[in-house]
Design a binder for this molecule. Sequence first.
Ligand code: KOT
Length: 803
Amino acid sequence: MTLQVEEFRKDYERVVKGMYGLSVEEASPFQLYNALGAYVKSFAGEHWSRTKTEYEKKQVKQLYYFSMEFLPGRMLKSNLLNLGILDVVREGIEDIGLDFHSIVQAEEDPALGNGGLGRLASCFMDSIASLGIPGSGSGIRYRYGLFQQRFIDGHQVEVPDNWLRNGNVWEVRKENKAVNVRFGGQVYMAEQKGRLIPVYENTRTILAVPYDTAMIGYQNELVNNLRLWSAEIPPEDYVHYSSISAQQEVNQLTEVLYPDDSNYEGRILRLRQEYFLCSAGIQSIVRYYKKLQLPLTMIAEKVAIHINDTHPALCIPEFIRILIDEEQLTWEQAWESCKKVMSYTNHTIMQEAMEKWPIEMLKAEVPRIYQIIEEINRRHIEKKLPLYGEELTYQTAIIREGVVNMAHMAIIGSHSVNGVAQLHTTILKNEVLKPFYEMYPTRFNNKTNGITQRRWLQLANEELTQLIDEKIGTAWKKKPSELTILKGFVNEDETLKQLEDVKLRNKKRFARYVKEKMDITIDPNAIFDVQIKRLHAYKRQLLNALHIISRYLEIKENPNAAIQPRVFIFGAKAAPSYLYAKQIIKLINAIAELVNNDPDVGDKLKVVFVENYGVTLAELIIPAADVSEQISLASKEASGTSNMKLMANGALTVATLDGANVEIRNYVGEENIFLFGLTSQEVYEYYENGTYSSRQIFESNPRLIKVLNTLIDGTIPDIQEEGRVIFDSLVQYNDEYFVLKDFEEYISVQREVDELYQDKQAWYRKSLWNIANSGPFSADFTIMRYADEIWKIDSQMPEIELS
Ligand code: KOT
């Protein structure tokens, strides 16, 4: 279906009139956006309904990707791109005399996730649809997304994110697909017609209403579904909800996303959210499957369920519950199907992120589910004890010391456990999940994360996209491996110059934003050094901050020395309850205050900490980045994905050998990445022999002494408390993440960065080399491997070969 500009104009003007009774000239940017969204939705509607009918008719196997978080970003441009009508629509809009950019900006950015895990889920949704894999997402429609971040006197302040205030044009409420989810009460088993069936008393029922959003494939006429569930009072049950507190309980359920990244918040409400998603999702899957009129014992041939970290791991007992309690399968039948259907991704080795729900909480909230977990555990122990002995078997128990270990349940109840980068998977096998690896060696596999080049290159960096098209044609857009053809251009001066020009324009665009929003003037000729990710001690934004202080002191000591100008750019939210992370935010903002206003410093050093970092800001910052900071303590960052986005946009990486940085190094080669710091192995050696002494390092390094003293001697303004706490964490409390150990090497590798930047040709040669090697980090490849090796699902596109 090709759309003509004229035809679009007429249709669009009609839609605006129909929706608002206004001409396009009279409508506000938001109204124009909403009308364009409605237009796009109806444009995709044909494909959406056809895709659904086809899947049903052919009875294809389908994937259900369960995640407590999705971070789709603004959808207008991405949908236009994938529908193949971005250029026509933009032209039509501009013909009318409207500003396309302001229409795009009127869209809220749905922040239904915290960071990497949620964004990965959304990149996967894009790739799954674009590869023609029958699959849908299953999540929660939080009424409020992740808080919006403001800085007041350099402190993070959280503001509620009322993203649905003006409605959401992309979603379709499916009230006819609602299901009931049961909570609380008591349950006992009673015999009925020779079978044991559960009898419930005093339970509360909550209605789960799905809202569907089209996941539009890239120019393939296929449209999948993202189904987000919202909690409501069941209309037939209103007598039970006469009290305000009962009503509040329902409204609270899907009210807000937990703002913790890589951290477990053991709140009862979070547990309810998790069960709500799992129960609603599994019920809807089983209901759909039953329409196919196939025996329930064959469900694994038509259904694959993926559990994004342990947050949706209650899918496992819920699946068993439905098959045995409601569909009368035997335990053995249900269990065999369960293992075949379920697969699980681990995203972190951080101990504080491991979900361990107290038995008492599960008993009170989901008593039948707890019984089933007990039975899974009992059978596991009974079966493994004679084979593996007591020690190993008890290490793998699901229930121990009063808590249910969700990772253990996820591994035992599924056929596949994967890590998200080679190093991470190795650490899972050899350290964190070692007993499980001994028990189930074939279940473990690696699936290195990926990103969608459609959003992160084609949409975010149109100029670079155009340059690439000019050099190698457009086939890379469907086959990202073709980016390697760019390697043939690394010795072409003209190409390198063009790449430099593109980067400069992207830097100027970001500089305008910084000027307008923050009133900070930054020089586009300086190195733009970017660290964008959640604020967490293990990610070591602090190491970056110490480097900045060190540069500042050098400038102060020698104000006339020639120095390569640099702008340090941060974007990071801290969990509201994570005090130390918030103190680091305050520290960095205080450093910014100091250096940005010191006349001795001028353009040599600037610090920009953008407020409210999220998908939308990432799209602005990443194309403007020269340097990508990936400096977590080796072993701690499971993969990272900003490393991949930045590389694809031509930034050079300063990195520890952690997460997917290892694979980036392998592709680009040691000469094209700036490596420093302890290796994961060295970190584990320190843990084993316990010999790390940060104080020793501090006392023997004069530079460190000078730098750290600025935290407590008043050099940096207004950080009396924060400076002391941070100083003590490093010196007094032995520096949990080896910041001081890696400091000196970090400083010296940053000097190499400055030197290389003096030679623009050499710099952009490496930059182009990085872009040329970014193809393997396409989420399309990652998803092909998931589909082929874990889900066993075929693409519906004849030209796509998964294996
Ligand atoms: C854990 C608990 C709550 C919320 C989020 C998490 C979480 C996030 N665990 N791991 N992640 C990140 O996932 C990304 C996608 O796989 C990784 O790239 C990143 O290294 C993880 O930290």
